[in-house]
Design a binder for this molecule. Structure first.
Ligand code: SF4
Length: 318
C-alpha cells in the first residue's frame, strides 16, 4: 500500500516524516512525497498528537549535511531520493555514502553540491509568485544566506504595472522579511504618496535578496553586494520580472541600475530618463531612498529628496 506523506518543503519536516516512516518500517517504494505550503500543512506524520519518534537509527553526519543541502534544491524528487538513501543506509549498506558508482548517491550528491553556485538551480520552472517566494526562502545560491536572518523576496501584486527594484534588504527588512520597510522604506513611502503613487498597487523587490553586512559591536553595517552576488541572485529577479511583465521598471540606486542597464550606467548622469529594456518598454533609474538619508545635512537631504520626487513624478505620469 502506498503511503502519501505531506510535508512542508524543509529539511526539518522531511526528517520528522522520515523518522516516522523508518520507525514504521515503510520502504521507499511505498512512499509518495507531496509538498505543501507551510500554512496548509496537514501532515499525518507530524501532527502534534503523534510526534515523530526520536533516536532510532543512527546515520553518519555526512548524510545529514548532504540531506540539508539537497533539501534546499528545487527538484521535487529530492524527498524520495533522500528517503531512499536513508533507508538503504540503515537497512542495506552502511557504506553507501562511499559508493561512487551508485546512481542514487550520484543524484543526491549533485542535488547537494549547490551552495554558492547561483540561484538558478533553486528557481522552480513555471512557478507563480507564491511558489517563487517559498523557493527563494531555501536559496543557498551564494554565501549571503549564511548570516542574514531570512530571504527578503519581492512584495506586491502579480499584475503590478510598475516594478521597483532596489539593491538589497537593509537591517529592518532582514528582520521583518519584507522589502522597503526600514528608514529608507519610510522615505520611499513618503515620496510615493507625494506623487500620488499607491504602494499597494506596485511591486517592490531587490536585486539581491539577502542582507549583506558586517558587524560592528551591536550594529550591522550595510555592505554593497558585489558582482558575484548580483549575478548569483539574478535568476530571482529575472523570474519576478518574467512573471509580472511590468510596463514600467524602476531601478532605485546605482546597484539596481547596473543590474538592469549594465555596468556603464552612471546614475546621476543617466537617471530620470525612460529607455526600453528587455523587461519593460519604459525602464528608468532614480536615487535609492537611502541616498536621501545619507545626505550630509538637511539641505543636501532636501536636494536629494527633490531629485527622487522629480523622477517619481515622471513615473506617476506614465
Ligand atoms: S542573495 Fe540571492 S543567490 Fe544569494 S543566497 Fe540569497 S537569494 Fe540566494
Amino acid at each position: 500500500m502506498t503511503r502519501t506523506v505531506e510535508i512542508a518543503p524543509t529539511f526539518e519536516d522531511w526528517q520528522a516524516a522520515a523518522r516516522t516512516l523508518l520507525h514504521d518500517g515503510v520502504p521507499p517504494a511505498e512512499v509518495r512525497w507531496r509538498e505543501t505550503a507551510r500554512a496548509e500543512q496537514p501532515s499525518l506524520l507530524t501532527e502534534p498528537s503523534a510526534p515523530p519518534p526520536r533516536g532510532g537509527a543512527r546515520v553518519p553526519r555526512q548524510f545529514l549535511d548532504l540531506a540539508r543541502n539537497a533539501a534546499a534544491a528545487a527538484d521535487p524528487a529530492r524527498w524520495q531520493i533522500l528517503y531512499e538513501v536513508l533507508w538503504r543506509l540503515v537497512h542495506e549498506d552502511h557504506e553507501l555514502l562511499e559508493a561512487e558508482g551508485d546512481p542514487t548517491m550520484r543524484r543526491l550528491k549533485s542535488l547537494a553540491k549547490r551552495e554558492g553556485e547561483g540561484a538558478a538551480q533553486f528557481v522552480p520552472p513555471g512557478a507563480g509568485l507564491a511558489e517563487l517566494r517559498a523557493a527563494a526562502a531555501r536559496c543557498t545560491g551564494c554565501e549571503l544566506y549564511r548570516h542574514a536572518t531570512q530571504t527578503v523576496f519581492g512584495r506586491g501584486p502579480a499584475d503590478a504595472r510598475i516594478v521597483f527594484v532596489g539593491e538589497q534588504p537593509g537591517d529592518q527588512e532582514d528582520r521583518k522579511g519584507a522589502p522597503f520597510v526600514g528608514p529608507a522604506g519610510d522615505v520611499f513611502d513618503r515620496a510615493m504618496t507625494e506623487v500620488g503613487l499607491d504602494r499597494t498597487r506596485v511591486y517592490v523587490t531587490n536585486a539581491v535578496k539577502h542582507f549583506k553586512f558586517v558587524e560592528k559591536g551591536k550594529r550591522r553595517i550595510h555592505q554593497t553586494p558585489g558582482m558575484s552576488e548580483l549575478t548569483a541572485c539574478r535568476p530571482w529577479l529575472e523570474a519576478e520580472l518574467a512573471l509580472i511583465k511590468p510596463g514600467v521598471l524602476v531601478c532605485l540606486g546605482a546597484t539596481a541600475a547596473h543590474a538592469v542597464f549594465g555596468a556603464d550606467f552612471r546614475l546621476m548622469k543617466d537617471r530620470g530618463r525612460f529607455a526600453p529594456t528587455r523587461w519593460a518598454d519604459k525602464t528608468i533609474a532614480t536615487l535609492h531612498p537611502s541616498a536621501v538619508l545619507r545626505g550630509e545635512d538637511e539641505t543636501q537631504q532636501a536636494r536629494l529628496y527633490g531629485i527622487l520626487l522629480e523622477d517619481l513624478r515622471l513615473i506617476a505620469g506614465v
